[in-house]
Design a protein around this ligand. Structure first.
Ligand SMILES: *Cc1c(COP(=O)(O)O)cnc(C)c1O
Length: 383
């Protein structure tokens, strides 16, 4: 089986060389746009590509306002800041995620509450979230959600669309309404993934995308903060650009803020990548269908999009029957130059988040022991 898989992957990518987990492709106007920024000298905080990139992202996602940032973590950080997450507050999220989700709330002085995932799409489980809230939270006299035992304010729910498979957003919208919480979507992995026709990251008050080198499209490093409300969009632009009040020569900044603006040179890359986004998404979908066919009838369960959603299949994944099988698969593939990876270690196992509050993490632990990510770069013949 392992050898068949390796052969299948080598055939798919038509190579005997090292097969990475996810490599970017630059087959469009990337070089032209980069040259344009260099020729114009506008490589940094001024230039037309940032506006263009934000605009194309708004058009593609249907977001009210998209604000480009230096990376996805910065977008999450700014989102939590705007969602009024403060020191000592709690934010509900999943233990099965990339560490950036938790770093962002740590930078606000907040603490994560780790709730289980649901075991088909591997994102935060709304039922588990409701159960935890019912048991551990209450609304105070002013209508704010508080942790019963400590009295700490619970400010937001931050689900992550794992590998580009959308979580059950309707349920989270309802939970947030009931408990007076902000919904902040970590959509870093899910550009091109839709929940019931709505782009991920646009259902909650805020959503954050990432354009790191291994994501669906890349700007070298980069991110995008998606805002549902016009007012939040204005605030997002302001606080990610040092809160400078526009003036032709005076420097006046009206609040403590961030320098999280995406440089024009990165946005140039983003504009070129956006032109080929649909192609890349199609290519990734075709790849996913091929993997699904390959694993059909085997003891490995290929991770498919949930029936309520259209995934981007950012990283393809299989669920192995057990930990030993997972380890064997990782060993053989990596030894033969086909890159595969286990899922991230659960966040509560990391030293800085080990004392965080948490619910039952049965499905997270089950997934941690079994998930393997497979090479997922767009197939060149199609992209
Ligand atoms: C990639 C990623 C981020 C953001 O990463 P940056 O490298 O800061 O752009 C955040 N959360 C998740 C789940 C991610 O996969």
């Amino acid at each position: 089986m392992h050898q068949q898989l390796i052969n299948f992957i080598r055939d798919t990518y038509a190579t005997q060389d090292f097969v990475p987990l996810h490599a970017p492709t630059f087959l469009g106007n990337e070089k032209d746009y980069l040259a344009e920024t260099i020729d114009s000298t506008f490589v940094s905080s001024v230039g037309k590509f940032v506006d263009e990139f934000e605009h194309s992202m708004q058009t593609f996602t249907g977001s009210t306002r998209a604000v480009a940032t230096v990376n996805g973590t910065a977008a999450l950080h700014a989102a939590l800041h705007l969602a009024d997450v403060n020191a000592g507050d709690l934010v509900i999220t999943q233990a099965l995620t990339f560490v950036a989700t938790c770093n962002a709330l740590h930078h606000m002085g907040a603490k994560p509450v780790f709730i289980d995932i649901e075991p088909t799409a591997f994102g935060l489980c709304p039922q588990a979230t409701s159960i935890w809230l019912a048991e551990h939270a209450e609304l105070d006299d002013a209508g704010y959600c508080r942790h019963k035992v400590s009295g700490a304010a619970i400010k937001a729910i931050m689900p992550m669309h794992t590998f580009g498979h959308p979580v059950q957003l309707d349920e989270f919208v309802a939970i947030c309404k009931l408990w007076n919480l902000n919904l902040v979507e970590d959509a870093a992995e899910s550009l091109g993934a839709f929940y019931k026709g709505q782009h991920t990251g646009t259902v909650g008050r805020f959503g954050a995308l990432s354009f790191n080198g291994n994501k669906v499209i890349t700007t070298g490093g980069g991110g995008m903060l998606l805002c549902k409300e016009t007012e939040d969009g204005l605030r997002a632009k302001h606080i990610t650009t040092t809160a400078k009040v526009p003036h032709s020569y005076e420097f006046y900044h009206d609040e403590p803020a961030f320098n999280y603006r995406m440089p024009n040179i990165n946005a140039a890359l983003g504009c070129a990548q956006m032109e080929r986004l649909e192609l890349m998404l199609n290519s990734k979908r075709i790849l996913a269908v091929r993997y699904a066919d390959f694993f059909k009838g085997s003891e490995f369960r290929f991770v498919k999009e949930p029936d309520y959603a259209h995934s981007n299949y950012w990283l393809n994944a299989v669920v192995c029957p057990n930990l030993a099988s997972r380890n064997a698969l990782l060993e053989t593939t990596n030894a033969q130059g086909v890159m595969t990876r286990p899922v991230w270690q659960l966040m509560h196992r990391l030293p800085m988040f080990s004392d965080a509050l948490r619910g039952d993490l049965i499905h997270s632990e089950w997934a941690e022991a079994r998930l393997v990510n497979l090479p997922s770069s767009p197939i060149l013949e199609i992209a």
